[in-house]
Ligand binder design. Structure first.
Ligand code: 7TS
Length: 408
């Protein structure tokens, strides 16, 4: 394996947090699927905004309010271009993927009746399961689940038979956080649309790793989080096809989402403001815009190629460890590898690794049905970003050897 042309050391210089020791060892941060790190450029953009331009948006005639509004709406345009939405009206800022999915579930709620069906998959994160379960509990609708196989591949050929006249929505993850599987979402959307079923894609794990084009995917909704793509926490996006967002009622009431209010009548604001009640996360949006600039500057093709090289290296090295079982072995994967080691609880493993400076996530990864499917209480999961190195993977492998000696 040879590394694609990629100057990872100069990229790492943009990330101050990576240059530190943990328990006397250099930090090897292999937990970007939980939350990625942010480059200085994003920190600077947030700092500049708060130091020079902060005021509330959309409501002041004064200069600072204009500046804040321009920066906030500028960030919306960056998001639109990043995912190739048709218009900025289709870009709703939320607090994250979780809120974006809850928004759709809440707004769709009044139109869902007893006996209707919502289709999800066995590999969803809890935030693409629980809002739909809650909707089913409220409405009497039925939740149906597309199965997966032992490699963690979604059995997409089952989907046509699982769709019927009562199916109201298919909600599926673009990339699985626990397994790393990249789902063939374009063809899944096409299948659902043939039967007239709209599709929500959970893009939380996708936007850092590959180009996303919502027009090409033809999805109806696409949800993602800023913090998983080098942006701030507390900001995320719901892309919604304009016709859908026009049709859905708002889910939260308050300032900004109205045009006029009396005690008897309310006229809702136009898109996307109808779905953005209250003062938004202005700094978060600006930071997300800066993260998008940064990712585009590095180049999404470069990021994808380098991450594939890192993932192959990681998977090869892990596979050589005796008693280690890889969980998530689909042919098409993003930079995530889950594993279990015979006789060692993942949490114990994670604790020993931390003492060697290695940060990975252990547990159920908010995907308990996936753990049930593989018959494990949890896994250890190393997840990669373009700022990681093969040396960090070597550090993980060495730390695993120590952990096995101590714990097995
Ligand atoms: N969907 C997927 C596929 C995710 O991986 C996550 C977070 C979410 C939704 C929720 O995103 P949030 O930003 O709204 O919290 N996944 C993880 C993880 O894998 N480890 O910690 C959080």
């Amino acid at each position: 394996m040879s590394s694609p042309a990629f100057d990872v050391q100069s990229i790492r210089n943009d990330f101050p947090i990576l240059h530190q020791e943990v328990h006397g060892c250099p930090l090897a941060f292999l937990d970007s699927a939980a939350s990625a790190q942010r480059p200085q450029q994003v920190l600077d953009a947030i700092d500049h905004y708060y130091s020079h331009d902060h005021a509330n948006v959309h409501r002041g005639v004064h200069t600072l309010s204009h500046r804040a509004t321009d920066a906030y709406e500028g960030a919306r345009e960056k998001v639109r271009a990043f995912i190739n939405a048709k218009t900025t009206q289709e870009i709703v800022f939320t607090s994250g993927t979780t809120e974006a999915i809850n928004l759709v579930a809440a707004s769709l709620g009044p139109s869902i009746c007893a006996g209707d069906e919502i289709l999800i998959t066995h590999m969803e994160h809890h935030s693409n399961i629980v809002p739909w379960k809650m909707l089913c509990e409220r409405s009497g609708a039925v939740l149906k689940v597309v199965p997966i196989d032992r490699d963690g591949v979604l059995l997409t050929d089952k989907i046509p038979d699982m769709i019927n006249a009562r199916t109201r929505l298919l909600a599926v993850t673009h990339v699985s956080n626990a397994l790393g599987t990249v789902n063939p979402v374009k063809s899944i959307v096409a299948t659902a649309h043939t039967a007239g079923v709209p599709v929500l894609l959970d893009g939380a794990q996708a936007t850092l790793h590959a180009a996303v084009d919502v027009q090409e995917l033809d999805c109806d909704f696409y949800a993602f989080s800023g913090h998983k793509m080098c942006g701030p926490t507390g900001i995320g996006v719901l892309y919604g096809r304009e016709a859908w967002l026009e049709r859905l009622p708002p889910w939260q009431g308050g300032g900004e989402m109205i045009l006029s209010v009396t005690f008897t009548d309310t006229v809702y604001n136009k898109l996307p403001y109808k779905f953005e009640a209250g003062t938004p996360n202005i700094a978060g949006a600006i930071g997300l815009g800066a993260a998008i600039d940064y990712l585009l500057h590095i180049g999404r093709g470069n990021i994808a190629a380098y991450e594939k090289y890192l993932l192959d290296y990681l998977t090869d090295r892990l596979a050589q460890i005796e008693g280690l079982r890889l969980i998530g072995t689909a042919p098409d994967k993003a930079g995530v590898q889950s594993f279990v080691i015979d006789g060692i609880h993942p949490h114990d493993l994670g604790t020993v690794l931390d003492h060697k400076g290695v940060a990975i996530r252990t547990g159920h990864h908010c995907a308990m049905p996936v753990m049930d499917f593989f018959g494990v209480p949890g896994t250890a999961r190393a997840s990669l970003a373009f700022y990681n190195t093969t040396a960090e993977i070597d550090q993980l492998i060495d730390a695993l050897a120590v952990a096995r000696e101590m714990l097995a």
